[in-house]
Design a protein around this ligand. Structure first.
Ligand code: ZN
Length: 484
């Protein structure tokens, strides 16, 4: 039987978080909450005789993304009209870029779950304007043009992606870069970031390109991964059964978790692109590019490498910490408060994420936790100084997570400081040994694993506060002393 390999390319539409729209002075508002049709003007309504003006900030945001994706920035840029009719597009055409996009020939490094990384080539990134939004209720269609004319950057990858996992890793990395750059919030529930996947499959080892389908309506990164995985499986089954995949636009049905055909394509769409006559050519000088490059913040890959080289973190920990800008900021705030980097990384990627998972919180919400980065730093320092042990620290972290507060004060109030006084520890140990003569006898007869049971009893008697290393040593000594 033939094995099949997926060939996937992704198109990403990212709204750019500028103050005003792409070609007019209208404010960019939250299209999920603002009153419909309040942020509009003759330009974005497509009234006759109006003239567009390019938003310089949008161009700079686009340049930042292009540079972060290692693209070339051509000096000659041109806007083009993409003509089609739809009720959410009052002009009857969208101003986009066609032959001369803002950025070309870049790449993005993706991090795979097995720790490997791979480069995915970026074909182009171009500026355009968003359309309005249609809402269908009770047989009526309502149009809100607040979103019409909002700057969009379309980022197109080459078909270098070969699994649903890689598609997900690409989406996560690109989203992180946009967030680090501060040009897009990455909030897919508000529609500011939208993915489309082009998927085909072919026999492994061949370099042919078979008929592809395009999946739309992917409203989250999870939907993207599931939609792509579903489509790979569906197409493979079609070829295996002797059929042929039909070129089509598919939608992802979130409820049924299947792709459904929205429109069968028999030929490529013809948008009659031509240069936008109302806008001058956009020239981007090398000086402008360098000015923008100089403003780029530290991006996830560079941050990961710094965490590894300067702080001694493992590649895995460093990758997890930089994957969300909010997590990296939390980590760095804790670091600035004096916490040990490795311990902080352990607590954040372990206990803190576990608590957040229990509550169903997204990692990017880490900045709003009651457990502040300063408190986490203090907790880690209390452990390192030997004031509290790891077990107590874990319990205290749960309290701080739920209620907030000051770790040192809580240790004081609740008497959680580690017990290191050997006479106190020895007393607790001999009491436990006296109470468990059978286990002591079995241990002395060779059942080594019972030392764990006895250790647990002693720590329980000490309400978890014993210094584990000292307890271990004293317990071994006292057991030996009872060997007759
Ligand atoms: Zn406007």
């Amino acid at each position: 039987m033939t094995a099949y390999e997926p060939v996937i390319g992704l198109e990403v539409h990212a709204e750019l978080e500028t103050a005003s729209k792409m070609f007019c002075a209208c404010e960019v508002v939250d299209s999920t909450s603002a009153r419909p049709n309040t942020a509009i003007c003759p330009v974005c309504l497509g009234m006759p005789g109006v003239l567009p003006v390019v938003n310089r900030q949008a161009v700079e945001y686009g340049l930042m993304v292009g540079l972060a994706l290692h693209c070339e920035i051509p000096a000659f840029n041109q806007f083009a009209r993409k003509s089609y009719f739809y009720p959410d597009l009052p002009k009857g055409y969208q101003i986009s870029q066609y032959e001369y996009p803002l950025a070309v020939n870049g790449w993005l490094e993706i991090d795979l779950p097995d720790g490997a990384s791979r480069q995915i080539r970026i074909r182009r990134a171009h500026l355009e304007e968003d359309t309005g939004k249609l809402t269908h209720v009770d047989g009526h269609s309502l149009v809100d043009l607040n979103r019409a004319g909002v700057p969009l950057l379309e980022i197109v990858s080459e078909a270098d992606i070969h699994s649903a996992e890689e598609a997900e890793a690409y989406a996560r990395k690109l989203r992180a870069i946009l967030q680090y750059l501060g040009v897009n919030s990455g909030d897919m529930s508000k529609g500011v970031l939208r993915f489309e996947a082009n998927v085909s499959v072919r026999p492994v080892g061949s370099d042919e390109l078979r008929t592809r389908t395009e999946i739309k309506n992917l409203n989250s990164i999870r939907s993207l991964a599931r939609g792509v995985a579903y489509e790979i499986e569906r197409q493979t089954a079609v070829w295996e059964s002797g059929g042929a995949v039909q070129q089509a636009t598919m939608g992802w049905d979130e409820t049924r978790q299947v792709t459904v055909v929205q429109r069968v394509k028999e030929s490529a769409d013809d948008y009659r692109y031509f240069p936008e006559p109302d806008l001058p050519v956009l020239e981007i000088s090398p000086e402008w590019v360098e000015t923008v490059r100089a403003q780029l913040p530290e991006l996830p890959d560079a941050k990961r490498d710094r965490y590894m080289n300067a702080l001694g973190l493992t590649r895995y920990d460093a990758s997890v910490l930089v994957a969300e800008r909010a997590v990296a900021e939390y980590f760095e705030a804790a670091l600035a408060a004096g916490g040990d980097p490795k311990q902080l990384a352990n607590y954040i990627t372990g206990d803190v994420f576990r608590q957040m998972n229990l509550e169903g919180r997204e990692r990017e919400e880490i900045g709003s936790l009651r457990l502040t980065p300063q408190a986490l730093a203090q907790l880690v320092t209390l452990v390192q100084q030997g004031t509290i042990n790891h077990g107590i620290a874990k319990r205290l972290l749960e309290t701080l997570y739920a209620e907030g507060g000051d770790p040192a004060a809580l240790v004081e109030q609740q008497g959680l400081a580690q017990v290191t006084d050997e006479s106190v520890l020895a007393g607790a140990i001999s009491a436990v040994l006296d109470e468990n003569p059978d286990e002591v006898a079995r241990y002395l007869a060779g059942e080594d694993k019972l030392i764990k049971f006895l250790m647990g009893k002693v720590m329980k008697a000490l309400r978890g506060k014993g210094d584990a290393q000292i307890v271990q040593r004293l317990l071994a000594d006292q057991l030996e002393a009872r060997r007759v």
